[in-house]
Every structure is written in C-alpha cells, then in structure tokens.
Design a protein around this ligand. Structure first.
Ligand SMILES: CCCCCCCCCCCC(=O)SCCNC(=O)CCNC(=O)[C@H](O)C(C)(C)COP(=O)(O)OP(=O)(O)OC[C@H]1O[C@@H](n2cnc3c(N)ncnc32)[C@H](O)[C@@H]1OP(=O)(O)O
Length: 223
C-alpha cells in the first residue's frame, strides 16, 4: 500500500489503527499527532473514528450510524446500510441521518488534509430515497481549499452505480483548542429537561427550522 507523504498535495498527516481512541483528551492528542505528521495514513486503510461516541462513526454510540471509512486515492469512502434506527418515512432513511452520514464522511476527509476543521455549512441533495438495508457507497474529497475554508464534495451511489445523493460543505480550519474548549462543557444526562422548559406545548409545531453553525454551539432558528 502507498503511504501518503507529509508533503504530498492534500494528502498530509494522519492515520492510526482502527479503535485506537480513548476519551476526549486522548482524541485531541491523537489528532495533534496526526497534524504533526507522526502517523502516515495509507490508501486502503480503515480510518479511526473521530471519537468513541461520535454519532457518525463512534463504536460506543448506540444511536450512531457506526460508519466505517477507508482512505482512497482521491479522498475517503464508506459503504453504509441505514436500518430501522434511522428510519424516516417507512422503509426510507431519515434525511437527517443521510446528512449525518455526509457530514461525518467530510470529517474523515480531514485525515487527508492535515488540518482540524469543523462544519460551517452543509448542503445535501436527495436525488432518490435511501432505502433501509441497501448498501450505499459514499465518497468524499476536498474540492478546493481557500485559506481557512475547505470546500468539500461527496456523493452516494447505490449498487447499480446510480447517484442517490450528493453533498457540498464548507469546513473552517480550527486549532485543537477549539475542541479542548468545548470538551465536557455540555450538561450531564438528566440536567436538560426540555419538556419542563417548552411553554408552547406539543401542538405548536414549527413550520421550518434553520440550523446555523456560526457559533461553537449551533443555534437553531424556528420559523
Ligand atoms: C480533536 C477532535 C477532532 C475531531 C475531528 C473533527 C470531527 C468532525 C465531525 C464532523 C463535522 C462536525 O460535526 S463539526 C460540528 C458542527 N460544527 C460546528 O460546531 C461549528 C460551529 N461554528 C464555529 O465554531 C465557528 O463558526 C467556526 C469555527 C466554524 C468559524 O468561526 P471563526 O473562527 O470565527 O471564523 P469566521 O471568521 O466566521 O470564518 C472563517 C472563514 O470562513 C469563511 N466562511 C464562513 N462561513 C462560510 C461559508 N458558509 N461559506 C464560505 N466561507 C465561509 C469566512 O469568510 C472566513 O474566511 P476568511 O476571512 O478566513 O477568508
């Protein structure tokens, strides 16, 4: 297999064996090692999850997708079957779960970039339903880099090679301190009781919801 050199175009640092992760502090230090170029990644290598509890790829998250991504010559790839845990309309994967798959795959592209970054915007095009228990091949790569902005592209195809979905994202490069600053800052389980705080009651259903990634804790605007 070909090692991706530290100085090759868009193919810098990274690597680590699958499952080589610990909790928050370990995750951050592992990424720091990637950025220092101490762990080259090879084409064909299964990439380690972002964290054990990551909703996209963490093996310890019971509600997660459990994506497994592999380094390819042009970026990263993951073959995934959605199941009942992520159903929307009967028999079809929830659009949010599909967006999660794309966003997480973009997170894996960072292994080929050599920089930490976070999602600033994400656009998903749903060309056909993602059926449950059907394998879909997701591919993602860096389309362009402009300063701190990474413009990322991805698509998903079914077993017949038909394009079922595609996504574009802007990720913004951040330092490891971005993650260190937010680690452990959330509420503990049981502390956040939304039912107690929501005065609108169950009948007040919002007509649309826009998600903005402008601050470290995404804000949600109900319209
Ligand atoms: C250790 C664990 C590892 C973990 C490894 C990573 C795991 C990835 C997991 C999957 C991905 C995720 O879920 S990430 C989680 C979801 N995302 C987030 O929580 C991000 C929340 N947002 C933020 O924290 C912030 O908005 C940042 C960091 C993204 C940016 O804030 P900032 O640093 O103040 O930067 P800002 O000036 O606003 O923008 C930076 C540059 O980007 C440009 N820019 C901003 N928005 C856009 C846009 N939509 N399209 C084009 N360009 C844009 C600006 O013009 C500017 O360009 P110029 O003037 O520089 O030219």
């Amino acid at each position: 297999m070909t090692a991706i050199g530290k100085h090759s175009n868009q193919m810098t640092p990274v690597g680590g064996s699958e499952g080589d992760v610990s909790r928050e502090g370990g995750v951050i230090s592992r990424w720091a090692a990637h950025l220092a170029g101490q762990r080259p990644v090879e084409i064909g290598q299964t990439l380690p999850p972002h964290s054990p509890d990551c909703a996209g790829c963490g093996p310890d998250n019971p509600a997660g997708l459990h994506l497994r991504a592999v380094r390819t010559a042009s970026g990263v790839e993951a073959v995934h079957c959605f199941d009942e845990a992520h159903v929307g309309a009967p028999g079809i994967a929830h659009g949010g779960a599909v967006a999660l798959a794309f966003d997480d795959l973009f997170g894996f592209v960072l292994y080929t970039v050599g920089s930490l970054a976070v999602t600033r915007s994400l656009t998903v095009e749903y060309r056909a339903p993602f059926r449950l228990r059907q394998p879909y091949t997701f591919c993602a790569n860096v389309a362009q880099r402009e300063g701190r902005r990474l413009l990322l592209h991805a698509e998903a195809r079914d077993d017949n090679g038909r394009k079922v979905g595609s996504a574009e994202a802007t990720f913004v490069v951040v330092g490891a301190e971005h993650f260190a600053a937010n680690a452990g800052q959330g509420m503990s389980p049981g502390e956040c009781d939304l039912q107690m705080r929501d005065p609108r009651g169950p009948s007040n259903v919002p007509s649309s919801v826009a998600v903005s990634y402008v601050h470290s804790q995404p804000s949600v605007e109900v319209q």
